[in-house]
Design a protein. Structure first.
Length: 84
């Protein structure tokens, strides 16, 4: 999902994590560049916390309202057609 060392930093072991942290602590420009690029990716892909929570709430609204015969705005939905 993210381009390694351009939009995010990854590691496989605690030692590699420590090495990455030490490297980045010494290199403010790289930290800022990766942070900016990573945030741009999150916003472009609509994966921010706000985006995810918004989608969850939309799904919950649909699940809760549909059985009650309400549309997502809370208005009662009239049945169209008749059951035979």
């Amino acid at each position: 999902m993210y381009d390694e060392n351009r939009e995010a930093v990854f590691w496989s072991t605690p030692e590699e994590c420590a090495a990455q942290c030490h490297r980045l602590l010494r290199d403010e420009e790289t930290r800022r560049r990766i942070a900016f690029a990573g945030r741009q990716r999150v916003l472009a892909s609509k994966q921010s916390t706000d985006d995810v929570v918004r989608r969850i709430l939309e799904i919950l609204r649909e699940v809760i309202m549909a059985p009650a015969g309400l549309d997502p705005a809370g208005s009662r939905v009239e049945a169209v057609g008749a059951l035979s």
